[in-house]
Design a protein around this ligand. Sequence first.
Ligand code: T46
Length: 138
Amino acid sequence: MKHNTIESVSLIELPKISDENGRGNLSVIEKEILPFEIARVYYLYDVPSDAYRGGHAHKNLQQFLLPLSGSFDVILKDGKNSRTVTLNKPNKGLLIVPGIWRELENFSSGAVCLVLASEVYDEADYIRDFETFKKQFS
Ligand code: T46
């Protein structure tokens, strides 16, 4: 299994096309922006402000998280270090590589987290116990 560190997690800024006639903005994700082919798309929404999502790592899965609306915090851990990234711009997303523990919290009202994933859903790819994660990845 790949040992990645939190420094391998990167923010990706998407092009933002502001309409010159005041019709708002358009952002686009074309295939060369992500280092994987998209196999699955899902989204988190109606998350209460005191709720917490994630709390696991993936063995192989790569994911791109995009705050389509509102904001939330992503806490990243590699077993040694930890870092918190606030996602609050619909044209700025987070590319999470395999082997990184993630926790999502502080969802604002109306926040929507879009996730583009490199693989279809597979429970066997999850590590849901932090001590197991630390043993395998740090
Ligand atoms: C991640 C964060 C950001 C499915 O049936 N298909 C799916 O594609 C997904 C993602 C989940 N599920 C089922 C499995 C559980 O019964 O939906 C239920 C909730 O899943 P989970 O507790 O894993 O949800 P989150 O929000 O804690 O985590 C999800 C992703 O699982 C995870 O990869 O990084 O969103």
